[in-house]
Design a protein around this ligand. Structure first.
Ligand code: BG6
Length: 486
């Protein structure tokens, strides 16, 4: 978030021929380069198992990938492709191959007068993390004459034990300050705005507690199905794929106390404290679902169990809803309702804060109908913005009430929002860890979901194009307003 000067560096990407590189990293690096954010002289070294590539063919491959991701030809300039991109094959995870990588890095830096500042980005499948981290550490690549930053993508483990093991391995080779764990939700403008909205406005903070708030709902609904990711998703499911990371990030940002300063450690400290006040979620406070066939945006779609690569008796959850509580002075007794799913009615991510109703319904005596709670909704995506629902008198005889919205839309006020990856890559270049996940947060988050991960739960079927299984309504308890996001 804060802006520091970016020093020239070498940006090493392990897994440079993979999906993430083509879809996200290359377009973001191209934009950062074109805007001058990535300083002149900085280079990008792609590393992958293919030995058939050299610098030239890798550049051609990257230009093709950029074109495939929709970047117009005239924007894929030589200064980026030829001026910045290099390739190093690393066919096997052997010490010799990592030594060869270290030697190539030193040669590139010497030839291009770089002072040894390095970013090493693991755009790799999670089962390749351990050998890559060890290989880099043993080849001496955790240290350099300048600074070295290591970037890893979620998932950070698949349960508490594996997350702890990954952290131990990371810390054996790198210092925690060098590690940038990416949860791309944190790079979204609307997610960063949660703290600004809460702490730059004096209006809401006095109301942001158990006295005034009845419930908090966090819904992240997708219309996409599992796509081509069945192999991963069959062993992950929505709890691991979305809740442990993205939804729990939204929860901690919504619930955290005011940090002592707007800096990485103060903010990450307050986020971790929220998780310390939470108990593991019991199975009766969770509803798991799996999509059946149905209709999405007018088109018929198949059931999860009929998707390519999915077992016909799979019990992987494509939907999960949870009722959670935060046991501290601010939030005790306020239900936090989390809900996410694939193949849902529409693509929408929102945080809805429902305020308590006035203690006395003054207008009932006049025959007033309709008395709804005030609701504040932060829309994370799409149609990003903020809505505040309030009650108003319907003009005319009698006292009839109706709900109306004050609304703000980013699209009406600002230029298109930057891509989350661009924001995150810029922050890594700057050395700002605010938007990255700290080791203690990762472990505390996994600890919360351990009983659910270990439970033998079934999955309730739901029709594609619906809001999930009706059993999820049972989590609402005596909340009269039902699910707010629809
Ligand atoms: C990823 C999940 O982390 O986030 C995907 O693995 C999910 O399953 C995606 O679709 C959602 O991200 P976004 O930015 O498209 O909302």
């Amino acid at each position: 978030m804060p802006t520091h000067k970016i020093e020239p560096h070498l940006f090493v990407i392990m897994g440079a021929t993979g999906d993430l590189m083509g879809r996200k990293l290359l377009p973001a690096l191209l934009n950062l380069s074109a805007r001058g954010t990535m300083p002149p002289g900085s280079l990008i070294l792609g590393v992958a198992i293919e030995t058939t590539f050299n610098d030239e063919s890798f550049r051609k491959h990257c230009a093709d990938e950029l074109a495939a991701s929709g970047v117009p030809g005239e924007e894929i300039g030589d200064s980026f492709v030829k001026g910045r991109l290099f390739y190093q094959g690393l066919p096997h995870s052997t010490p010799e191959n990592y030594q060869a990588l270290a030697a190539r890095i030193e040669t590139l830096e010497k030839d291009h007068h770089l002072s040894g500042n390095r970013i090493i980005y693991l755009a790799l499948p999670p089962d390749a993390f351990p050998s890559a981290i060890t290989g880099l550490g043993e080849a001496g690549l955790a240290n350099s004459p300048g600074w070295t930053r290591l970037v890893i993508e979620k998932p950070f483990g698949h349960d508490l034990t594996s997350a702890q093991q990954l952290n131990i391995l990371l810390h054996k080779n790198f210092d925690e300050e060098q590690v940038y764990r990416i949860d791309h939700f944190l790079g979204k403008e609307t997610v960063q705005n949660i703290l600004v909205f809460r702490f730059a406005n004096s209006l809401f903070e006095p109301l942001w507690n158990r006295d005034r708030i009845e419930s908090v709902e966090i819904t992240v609904a997708e219309t996409l199905g599992v796509e081509h990711r069945a192999k991963y998703y069959e062993t992950a499911g929505a709890l691991r794929d979305m809740v442990q990371n993205h939804l729990t990030q939204l929860l901690t940002l919504t619930a955290m106390e005011v940090p002592s300063a707007f800096d990485a450690e103060s903010i990450r400290h307050e986020k971790a404290k929220v998780l310390q006040c939470m108990s593991p979620v019991p199975i009766e406070d969770a509803v798991f679902g799996q999509y059946d066939a149905g209709v999405i945006e007018g088109a018929a779609v198949c059931a999860y169990r009929e998707e390519p690569g999915v077992a016909s008796d799979s019990d992987a959850e494509t939907f999960i809803a949870l009722r959670m509580e935060i046991n501290n002075w601010r939030w005790q007794g306020v239900p936090f309702l989390l809900r996410t799913g694939k193949r849902m009615k529409k693509r929408v991510s929102k945080i809805a804060i429902s305020f308590r109703c006035p203690p006395i319904l003054l207008f009932q005596a006049f025959g007033a109908t309709c008395m709804n709670a005030n609701t504040l909704v932060m829309t994370i995506q799409p149609d990003e913005g903020v809505d505040l629902k309030f009650e108003i008198k319907v003009p005319g005889e009698g006292v009839n009430l109706a709900s109306r919205n004050l609304h703000f839309r980013y699209s009406e006020a600002f230029k298109p929002l930057p891509d989350a990856y661009e924001t995150l890559l810029r922050d890594i270049m700057e050395g700002d860890t605010t938007l990255f996940v700290r080791d203690d947060w990762v472990e505390a988050s996994w600890a919360l979901y351990t009983p659910l991960l270990e439970s033998q739960h079934g999955v309730h079927p739901y029709a594609s194009g619906s809001w999930g299984p009706k059993e999820a309504d049972g989590l609402l308890g005596d909340l009269e307003h039902g699910w707010i996001v629809e």
